[in-house]
Design a protein around this ligand. Structure first.
Ligand SMILES: [Cu+2]
Length: 166
């Protein structure tokens, strides 16, 4: 089989870059122990309440300092648990002022879920046995829908919530 000179050059370049990239990933993962940031913290998925952040009374929105908030959430099929309000009703909307910094901390009790606040930078994979965190500055006013973007079963489309920036 005859290969044109430029074709050979291009093939060699392609193969060589593939090998180089695989070596870099292998080195980072196996020698350096580099993993996605949000996967550093592990948790027992069958006993998430044992972790301070996921105790029922600590779920939902808390103001930690002026303009700084944290939101703790437990995801499960097919619900986001943002805690309960003062009437013991499940919270579905998180309200924060514009410009505030919000740290979202979330874990899953069962299967892989997603946590995306559509229209913002918040977009996490939520894995059982791991804690996912993401801190975001809520720059824009509006109502943002929280959606699960990892197909998690029959009621997947029922997993939602809302973040309201006022
Ligand atoms: Cu889902």
């Amino acid at each position: 089989m005859h290969l044109h000179k430029y074709e050979k050059v291009w093939l060699t370049f392609g193969m060589a870059s593939l090998v180089i990239f695989l070596l870099i990933i292998g080195f980072a993962a196996f020698w350096k122990g580099t993993h996605p940031q949000s996967h550093l913290e592990t948790i027992d998925q069958n006993n998430v309440e044992a972790h301070d952040s996921f105790k029922p009374e600590n779920l939902g929105l808390t103001e930690v300092a002026d303009g700084k908030y944290k939101v703790n959430i437990v995801a499960s099929a097919f619900n986001y648990d943002f805690g309960v309000d003062k009437d013991e009703k499940p919270v579905k909307t998180i309200r924060v002022p514009q410009g505030s910094t919000v740290l979202f901390t979330i874990t899953s009790k069962d299967v892989v879920h997603g946590f995306q606040v559509a229209g913002t930078n918040v977009n996490m994979m939520v894995e059982p046995g791991h804690i996912s965190r993401y801190e975001a500055v809520m720059k824009n006013k509006g109502e943002f829908t929280v959606v699960c973007n990892e197909y998690c079963g029959i009621g997947h489309h029922q997993m939602f919530g809302k973040v309201e920036v006022y």
